[in-house]
Design a protein around this ligand. Structure first.
Ligand SMILES: CC(C)(COP(=O)(O)OP(=O)(O)OC[C@H]1O[C@@H](n2cnc3c(N)ncnc32)[C@H](O)[C@@H]1OP(=O)(O)O)[C@@H](O)C(=O)NCCC(=O)NCCS
Length: 148
């Protein structure tokens, strides 16, 4: 049976940096708290980015989501989820759904008509999660990178 917990989604604050860093490690992106704090500060200055956390009954951070306006010349501007992760001890309690819905509301508030997310092909449980929440796979692609 699905565990339920009282979850509050709110804008991420600098004080959340340590928790966000810990969860980023779970996502496979180990990052220090000071580095996250720097990025959060930059994101908070932009109206084109939103960062939110899901907090439990005692204020503990259960997960986070980052969403931003994706601007490319060839397509209509859309929202894109940059990252989403829920603490492995609290998965299945509704935090992921609450965070995704918050990102979608943020996108609507920016008058964007679609939201995109990219998910590594190995993240099978996440794919089932997104498909159940109305997301459809639009293409499969390679991600290229060059160190500069
Ligand atoms: C994908 C993810 C964000 C979903 O968050 P979540 O808080 O577990 O999501 P919810 O609780 O709202 O829903 C999870 C679904 O899995 C079910 N579930 C039950 N127990 C679960 C568990 N221990 N772990 C994961 N899902 C579980 C839930 O009942 C729910 O089922 P439904 O889709 O039929 O409603 C989370 O699993 C996660 O952080 N995964 C690892 C990182 C990752 O893959 N992120 C996405 C990158 S693109």
């Amino acid at each position: 049976m699905r565990r339920e917990t009282a979850i509050r989604v709110r804008a991420a604050k600098l004080e959340d940096a340590r928790a966000i860093a810990g969860l980023s490690r779970q996502l496979g992106y180990p990052t220090s708290a000071p580095t996250i704090a720097l990025r959060l500060r930059s994101v908070a200055r932009s109206r084109e980015h939103g960062a939110f956390v899901a907090a439990g009954p005692k204020g503990e951070i259960l997960g986070w989501i980052h969403v931003f306006v994706h601007r490319v010349l060839e397509s209509e501007f859309s929202a894109e989820v940059g990252g989403l992760v829920v603490d492995e001890d609290f998965r299945g309690t509704g935090a992921g759904t609450a965070l995704l819905e918050r990102a979608e509301r943020w996108a609507i508030s920016k008058r964007l008509s679609s939201i995109t997310l990219r998910s590594n092909v190995i993240r099978k449980p996440a794919h089932a999660f997104y498909l159940k929440r109305g997301y459809r796979i639009t293409k499969t692609q390679f991600a290229f990178r060059k160190t500069l």
